[in-house]
Write a protein that binds this ligand. Structure first.
Ligand SMILES: NC(=O)c1ccc[n+]([C@@H]2O[C@H](COP(=O)([O-])OP(=O)(O)OC[C@H]3O[C@@H](n4cnc5c(N)ncnc54)[C@H](O)[C@@H]3O)[C@@H](O)[C@H]2O)c1
Length: 339
């Protein structure tokens, strides 16, 4: 039975507490948040102890692992302190938003010899897995191009998360699609050319990129084309649009997760509820739930967890390069190379 602590009691911290509630092989013991009230709200709902400081939680509880679910830019301190205390880690994506933070986390994890999973939840998304399976089995042939679009309505950066100005569509969304593109084609990314625009979100008080396009080039000269925006109209029936096209030299796969075949019309307007989440008989389901359950089951069985540190560092490196290309207008080489 693995004893788990959660750092960050926001949307994801609550979801993880719910996902592991009653799950065999794991017991979430404690949750912490800089805002103690947020920690207490999650603690009260799931029978946990609340803390306002992750160091106090780590010192007081006899934990085996922590889940780091703080904002994108605030993973480093929690991850480094927990690794140094000998705890295994599930760190939300992106692993970090600077190369320095990623290197500090990597150093702490490697010198402590703990396990580290990075929360690329689409590895547990059946639609994305079907693309990876088609690539893996040879059905696609050589993957020639991937076109991946993952975007949100204005609601996400302006209302859902309070720290969007310190993130971007590239950090929040494209970290998922960079991971997926590398996972599907298994190639080494060598350079990126990015273009984007900003101003619409800034006018609403959130000074970050509105739109980001990134063209990744791999070591076999094939390419992937990624787009993420935070400026879809709030009238959309869903806050997320996810479309994925993978074209190989023998076949292609097309995924469209925007409308998952359930449509509702009611007092709140017309909606496309997602099928990749929600509860069945009070138990949460969906990719992030299956991901965290896989994390604790593997720890409990003494198995390796993943996607791990190397992939988290590489994806951070690629997204840093995307931002460098957005700022400079140049094509930026990707130094790290291997995952
Ligand atoms: N919300 C989503 O749909 C989603 C999906 C996938 C991944 N993620 C990732 O999960 C992470 C968390 O996102 P979220 O949506 O839960 O954000 P959130 O703002 O809802 O929650 C983050 C919480 O962390 C707390 N916090 C900040 N610094 C802290 C610290 N040092 N110690 C303890 N608590 C701290 C904040 O007070 C806040 O309550 C991000 O990296 C995000 O990219 C979010």
């Amino acid at each position: 039975m693995k004893k788990i602590g959660i750092i960050g009691a926001g949307i994801r911290g609550r979801m993880y507490a719910h996902s592991l509630h009653g799950f065999p092989g794991a017991q979430v013991r404690a949750v912490c948040d800089l805002h103690e009230r947020a920690a207490r709200a999650v603690a009260d709902d799931f029978g946990l102890t609340a803390y306002a400081d992750h160091r106090a939680m780590v010192a007081a509880e006899e934990l085996d692992a922590v889940i780091v679910a703080t904002p994108d830019f605030a993973h480093r301190q929690a991850a480094v302190d927990a690794a140094r205390a000998g705890l295994h880690l599930l760190i939300e994506k992106p692993l970090a938003t600077t190369r320095e933070d990623a290197a500090a986390i990597a150093e702490a994890v490697e010198s402590a010899g703990v396990q580290c999973m990075v929360g690329f939840e689409n590895r547990w998304n059946p639609a994305v897995r079907s693309i990876r399976d088609a690539a893996d089995s040879g059905t696609l042939g050589t993957v020639l191009t991937q076109n991946i679009l993952l975007s949100n309505t204005y609601f996400v950066p302006t209302k859902m998360i309070g720290w969007a100005a310190k993130s971007s569509p590239a950090w929040f969304l494209m970290s998922h699609t960079v991971d997926a593109a590398l996972w599907v084609n298994g190639r080494t990314p060598v350079s990126v050319t990015a273009r984007g625009s900003r101003g619409r979100l800034a006018a609403r008080g959130v000074d970050t990129w509105d739109v980001v396009h990134a063209l990744l080039t791999f070591d076999d000269d094939t390419t992937a084309n990624l787009t993420s925006t935070w400026v879809l109209p709030d009238s959309m029936p869903s806050i997320v649009d996810f479309q994925y096209q993978a074209v190989g030299d023998t076949s292609a796969v097309f995924v469209d997760l925007q409308d998952q075949s359930v449509r509702t019309a009611g007092p709140d307007g017309f909606r496309w509820p997602g099928l990749l989440g929600g509860e069945i008989d009070g138990r949460l389901q969906g990719p992030p739930t299956w991901m965290v359950q896989d994390f604790v089951s593997r720890l409990d069985n003494g198995e390796q967890v993943g996607p791990g540190l190397a992939q988290g560092v590489l994806v951070t490196d690629v997204v840093v390069a995307i931002h460098e290309s957005l700022d400079s207008g140049d094509t930026v080489k990707i130094a790290a190379g291997a995952a």
